[in-house]
Design a protein around this ligand. Structure first.
Ligand code: F0G
Length: 460
């Protein structure tokens, strides 16, 4: 018999422990949305059926991660768990200094406190919202220099996370003194979970070298990015993902990391680099707010689970399933006539709410409207990534964001295909009723990162 050619990519694991879902009615969800000021960050998680708010810290740990947790050593200084963690990081990213933090934004705050400041400019393909906020908090400017294709929701370019190298070159030529470092976010979350090509990373490295600049990775979803390189970039097929990750690391001078994504942690992060002096200044700040350098705000048991998670995330069977299951959701929505950002990204599907709801103007938050409708229809919690998130300028005025997207982020190893089939049905139901959806206005908001706490009201 020939080996069968399976088209079903199964979840490469069995379920080992289950967590019940609380099924709610439409009326209960409408009440919960109203009570939360139409802000899904304020909805109680027990009132959510399928939680696609984020893939951050929401994944399922493996049997071996739970076992590693028992191995945690909680010594204040010099815990063996730290060295296990450091070595697991260095297996993939062989930087001299590995500094644990409680999550990614703590690494960002420390790095930009040292390197940022008024008058500085920090370019990135696209800054994630916490990265941008941490850069701007120091008085520096956060600049997005992603390729133009990233702004075309229906582009078919495979590496929409790429940096526009010509614009980076121009920036460094004209304002080089103001640029303390160049960042690259892999995959590009705010731009649709889109990968960056290896060729682009090499080109960015060359420009950094020509201008004597450091290159740092925001590497949250490095394994998914490496898988896309293996699948889509010329000359890369058949390579071991670990090999690709090491090549990516070799192009950088350091990294910030949220271990709540590809490292399969429920909490954690790190900052890593080669430069001794920079590391010393970062550790000085670490001690001030995060903790001693061998735990940095994490328990020893967390460090152990992350070390194990890093070993698991680079398995090809896992990555094939991961990227395929995200594509399954995206392609099903496309077939239902729902506009999604293409190509489908690694950790999430992004619905183009502006295209889906042309009757709702950007300053009436079409993404917010769609996200609330999905929650009310099926208890599916998603996240607006658009004008509600990015539309407020530092001076308090408003402008439409580049796109109005709704992100359906898939927690790692958490939901089965039937859960996703349910999500698809909820999306189709909302699509059928799209003409009934209304815009929103904001009645209360903080000056930064407003999407977390703003209070919304439906327009009449
Ligand atoms: N960088 C990127 C690209 C991210 O996606 C995130 C978090 C961070 C940095 C910050 O890391 O949350 O550990 O402090 N993204 C989550 C999300 C919150 O939902 O996309 P953190």
């Amino acid at each position: 018999m020939d080996a069968p050619e399976f088209t079903t990519i199964i979840e490469p694991f069995r379920i080992h422990s289950v967590e019940p879902l609380r099924l709610t009615t439409l009326e209960q969800r409408q009440a919960a949305a109203r009570d939360a000021g139409y802000n899904l960050f304020k909805v109680h998680a027990q009132d959510v059926i399928i939680d696609l708010l984020t893939d951050s810290g929401t994944g399922a740990m493996s049997r071996d991660q739970w076992a590693a947790l028992q191995h945690g050593d909680e010594s204040y200084a010099g815990s063996p768990s730290y060295y296990i963690f450091r070595d697991a990081v260095r297996e993939l990213f062989p930087f001299e200094h590995v500094i644990p933090t409680h999550q990614g934004r703590a690494a960002e705050r420390i790095l930009f406190s040292v390197l940022g400041g008024a008058g500085k400019v920090v370019p990135n393909n696209t800054h994630f919202d916490t990265t941008r906020a941490n850069v701007e908090y120091t008085g520096a400017q956060a600049l997005d220099l992603v390729v133009d294709a990233a702004h075309e929701a229906d582009s078919t370019y495979a590496f929409k996370g790429d940096m526009d190298v010509a614009r980076l070159e121009a920036l460094l030529r004209e304002q080089g003194d103001a640029v303390p470092l160049v960042m690259m976010t892999i995959t590009n979350n705010s731009g649709g979970g889109q990968p960056v090509s290896l060729a682009n990373l090499h080109a960015v490295r060359d420009v950094c070298d020509a201008h004597g600049k450091m290159l740092f990775l925001d590497a949250c979803r490095f394994a998914e990015n490496a898988w896309f390189i293996r699948e889509k970039e010329a000359g890369q097929s058949g390579r071991d993902v670990v090999d690709i990750v090491r090549e990516i690391a070799s192009l950088a001078d350091g990294m910030t990391m949220s271990a709540k994504k590809d490292p399969m942690g429920n909490i954690g992060g790190w900052l890593a680099m080669d430069d001794d002096d920079l590391a010393r200044r970062c550790r000085d700040l670490l001690v001030l707010t995060e903790g001693f350098p061998t735990y940095g705000g994490l328990a020893g048991r967390d460090l152990e689970t992350l070390a194990q998670g890093l070993r698991e995330v680079v398995h090809h069977d896992y990555l094939r399933y991961r990227v395929r299951s995200t594509a399954y959701l995206g392609e099903s929505l496309q077939r239902a006539g729902i506009p999604v950002v293409t190509p489908i990204g690694g950790h999430a599907v992004y619905i183009d709410a502006r295209a889906m709801l042309p009757g709702i103007r950007p300053l009436q938050y079409p993404g917010q409207s769609l996200a609330i409708a999905l929650y009310e229809a099926g208890g599916v919690r998603t996240c607006e990534i658009g004008t509600a998130m990015f539309g407020r300028r530092p001076d308090g005025s408003e402008e439409p964001a580049a796109m109005d997207l709704v992100r359906l982020a898939l927690p790692r190893r958490t939901y089965t295909q039937s859960h996703i089939d349910y999500v698809i049905e909820a999306c189709r139901h909302v699509a059928v009723h799209r003409d009934e959806l209304r815009g929103y206005r904001i009645v209360e908001e903080p000056p930064t990162l407003r999407h977390f706490t703003a209070v919304f009201e439906p327009l009449p």
